[in-house]
Design a protein around this ligand. Structure first.
Ligand code: IMP
Length: 179
């Protein structure tokens, strides 16, 4: 794989399709082990989660349901700190159900915390968090991320659903910014 350019930045190959495939499969297996006897609802955080959630579902062998919310906190390659809710979830859909928040990437944790608080207030039965990618050095919250695909350094990445100012989501593997 070669380096690529997206807008004004150069990115190096970072995670191959095979590495991503294994990480997604492991997360699906771990989640299934915990929720084997339930019908959980996976709540995907748009837009970045599209590829992760679609591959995750293919590996999830049990009964489950799917819903989406849309949040926005990033501009360019850094978090704004302020999380905007662009699309909510009706309370009656999640009430008394096991909910798993599905994130493409957890960075500062601002998005996650805002979403967690929003869902916590909807009388859910349980609330867990699954993330394909986790940046431990950037994380600033106390909330436990229950299921993690891969922990990565605190560097901006694109591909497999993740964008840099709107571009790069359609790359099948993940690239890291050249600084
Ligand atoms: P947080 O609120 O700082 O945890 O950031 C979460 C959201 O920011 C993710 O759902 C992504 O949409 C975006 N984000 C964080 N880090 C990256 C990155 O390295 N590449 C692309 N998007 C990112």
């Amino acid at each position: 794989m070669q380096e690529i350019s997206v807008h004004d930045k150069i990115f190096y190959p970072f995670l191959s399709e095979e590495e991503i495939y294994k990480a997604v499969k492991n997360v699906a297996q771990e989640v299934y082990e915990k929720f084997t006897d339930d019908v959980p609802i996976f709540v995907g955080v748009l837009n970045g989660v599209v590829m992760f959630i679609s591959d995750f579902l293919k590996h999830y062998p049990g009964d489950c349901e799917l819903a989406f919310v849309q949040m926005q906190s990033y501009q360019g390659t850094s978090s704004t700190g302020e999380v905007k809710k662009l699309m909510d979830l009706p309370s009656h859909l999640v009430e008394n159900r096991h909910i798993i928040i599905m994130e493409d990437i957890v960075d500062t944790g601002n998005t996650l915390e805002a979403l967690y608080q929003m869902l916590e207030n909807k009388n859910v039965k349980s609330l867990s968090i699954a993330a394909l990618l986790f940046k431990p050095e950037a994380y600033q919250k106390e909330l436990k991320v229950d299921f993690i695909g891969l922990s990565i350094p605190d560097k901006f990445v694109v591909g497999y659903g993740l964008d840099y100012n709107g571009l790069g989501r359609n790359l099948p593997s993940i690239y890291q910014v050249k600084e």
